[in-house]
Write a new protein. Structure first.
Length: 165
């Protein structure tokens, strides 16, 4: 695998970790809500869903942004006197990948990731700007993975079966 392919693979890993983090956070909130309401464990059959199906709104299906989901999970951690919190700055990273621009003047990089603010009187502000060096990319892979592991660890500590090994 050449350096370009490694970079692309690692970028894909970052995006996958961010999506896994959001799902794990949503699952944690879903399970905590289910336990709090003393509802029986449900069999979530997402693989059986089809386009145009209607299902109940819950923490797994609602339209909360990643920022709101992280805030809700951190509030749950506070309620339980947990010292670990999810790093809210990951919202900026996720938004940069989702809504930003990747620029390179050369086919093999270096690559820059930029995100701009909403327009204000005909101007935009650069609100995220990073050169995606191999070192930066590897650090983001580690960082996003570690945040997913925090959620899994908390879910196990709370005895939530969906996080059991």
């Amino acid at each position: 695998m050449n350096e370009q392919q490694k970079i692309q693979t690692h970028i894909g890993t970052i995006v996958t970790n961010l999506q896994s983090l959001e799902f794990a956070l949503r699952l944690l909130l879903y399970e905590l809500e289910r336990v709090e309401k003393q509802c029986p464990a449900s069999n979530l059959e997402f693989h059986q869903l089809r386009e145009n199906d209607w299902i109940e709104e819950n923490p797994l299906t609602n339209y909360d942004s990643l920022e709101i989901v992280i805030n809700k999970c951190n509030a749950e951690m506070d309620k339980r006197d947990e010292s670990e919190h999810i790093d809210k700055s990951l919202v900026n990273l996720r938004d940069a990948f989702a809504h930003g621009r990747v620029l390179s003047l050369q086919p093999m990089g270096p690559f820059r990731l930029l995100k701009f603010s909403r327009p204000n009187h005909g101007k935009v502000q650069v609100i995220f700007c990073v050169e995606m060096t191999p070192e930066w990319i590897k650090s983001q892979v580690r960082r996003t993975y570690e945040e997913v592991q925090k959620v899994v660890k908390l879910g196990r500590k709370l005895g939530l079966t969906c996080f059991s090994e």
